[in-house]
Design a protein around this ligand. Structure first.
Ligand SMILES: [Mg+2]
Length: 301
């Protein structure tokens, strides 16, 4: 497998390799095919939408997504966004959607960074080294954040590490982290469990990709925050008082994060096939091989 430019097939295969590290869930025996989310309105009261692959592909919206969100709201449905993006606070994500014409309240956009922040609240005094960007507003997470770069001594001086976003992460930085952990094992927290994210014409490697490599090499036992882990679903659940789990749908493009996570939460699950990770792949084959079966399969949002 290429370590620099993973294909979607690489990503699905890698998700299967790390499956023992993911939550367990129960799945339906068959999936129901529908046109789009509006066709599910008799069965679902709240739609929890993934970002990449459902609302947007890189910096472009998924065709029709803006109108669909507005349509669902007009039908009286609750709408939430649950994204594994952690590089920036959810307020930044919300502003991005607003720019595209999708209006969400602050409480309606929840990110894996929010789940990480809950964990970091208990560990504020530690000196955490972050893989992040200068604009990642680390001060909103912990008071003494260290932005990791090329200085090996800085890695050795940290009490623990947070893989938040890897937009500026390099093989050199990963090697520095591995060397430092090999000398002194410390906690590693992961703000985005995704292995890859879809962009037009390519996949980017995400924090989960690098975290699992550390675990493969027995350098750390990373703690993951975000889909498919329940810590992210818990935050959404807190905003959905009174809605039965079977009337909530997790809508996503990735079997091992959105669909597995939604199923472990006891929600219905909806796989979008035309815009995200599985675009152009044999979807049924991926479902059968993984055993991760959604309740519904839709070409688009
Ligand atoms: Mg996605």
């Amino acid at each position: 497998m290429s370590s620099t430019k993973p294909t979607a097939a690489d990503a699905v295969a890698r998700y299967q390799e790390i499956r023992p590290r993911l939550p367990e869930a129960v799945f339906p025996k068959t999936s129901i095919q529908r046109e789009n989310l509006a066709a599910l309105c008799d069965d679902i009261d709240c739609f929890v939408l993934d970002g990449f692959g459902v609302l947007n592909i890189g910096d472009d919206t998924v065709p029709g997504a803006v109108d669909r969100v507005n349509q669902l709201r007009a039908m009286g449905k609750q709408v939430r966004v649950l994204t594994n993006g952690a590089t920036f606070p959810a307020t930044t994500t919300r502003a991005k959607y607003q720019k595209w014409g999708m209006e969400f309240d602050a409480a309606e956009v929840i990110s894996s960074r929010d789940a990480l922040a809950v964990a970091l609240k208990e560990q504020q005094t530690l000196r955490w080294g972050f893989s992040a960007l200068p604009a990642s507003q680390l001060e909103t997470l912990v008071p003494n954040a260290v932005l990791l770069a090329e200085d090996a001594a800085v890695y050795d001086g940290c009490d623990g590490f947070v893989l938040l976003g890897v937009g500026a992460w390099t093989p050199e930085r990963q090697a520095l982290l591995e060397t430092s952990l090999s000398k002194n094992r410390r906690p590693v927290l992961v703000g985005n469990p995704d292995l890859v994210a879809p962009h037009p014409g390519r996949l980017s490697q995400e924090p989960g990709w690098f975290a699992h490599k550390l675990e493969d090499e027995n350098l750390a036992t990373p703690a993951f925050y975000g889909k498919p882990f329940d810590n992210a679903f818990e935050l959404v659940r807190d905003t959905l008082d009174g809605i039965k789990p079977e009337r909530i749908a997790m809508v996503g493009d990735t079997l091992h994060t959105d669909i597995l996570g939604g199923a472990q939460a006891g929600w219905k699950t909806v796989l979008i096939t035309d815009h995200g990770l599985l675009k152009g792949m044999d979807v049924e084959k991926a479902i059968v091989e993984s055993g991760i079966r959604p309740d519904y399969i839709l070409p688009t949002t």
